[in-house]
Design a protein around this ligand. Structure first.
Ligand code: ZN
Length: 125
């Protein structure tokens, strides 16, 4: 099985490391395709830490890899506009707003009023 190995170095540093006799260079955020077994080995391969004079690890020496499956489409979920009050599902934000205005205008008003009241109490303490 082929997988993608992604460099997730959060400091944006590329990964440069020798693996099975080959020098691998992977920019931060980029992926490299390899066999799953190899990817697991590469990810687990020990990379010596480089420390600065203060003893903290240099960000560029941090190895941060994620193995991602290839060909598995991430299902694009349509955004859901769900009414928090009754669970009604609208197809658009406008639809949801309309629903709330139509069905929950009174409740909404009450909640807002109550919250405002709480705010006032909090402000006094
Ligand atoms: Zn509702």
């Amino acid at each position: 099985m082929r997988v993608n190995v992604r460099n997730t170095n959060r400091f944006g540093h590329p990964l440069q490391e020798k693996f099975r006799g080959k020098m691998i260079y992977l920019k931060a955020g980029e992926t490299l395709e390899m066999e799953r077994d190899e990817a697991v080995l590469f990810k687990g391969q020990f990379k010596p830490l480089v420390r600065d004079k203060g003893g903290s690890q240099l960000p560029e020496s941090m190895k941060s890899l994620v193995i991602e499956p290839i060909g598995m489409e991430i299902e694009e979920k349509p955004p859901e506009y769900k009414c928090q009050a009754c669970g009604f599902k609208a197809t658009s934000e406008t639809g949801l707003k309309r629903h709330i205005t139509n069905k929950h205008a009174d409740e909404l008003y009450d909640v807002t009023a109550e919250d405002a009241h709480k705010e006032i109490i909090k402000g006094e303490s």
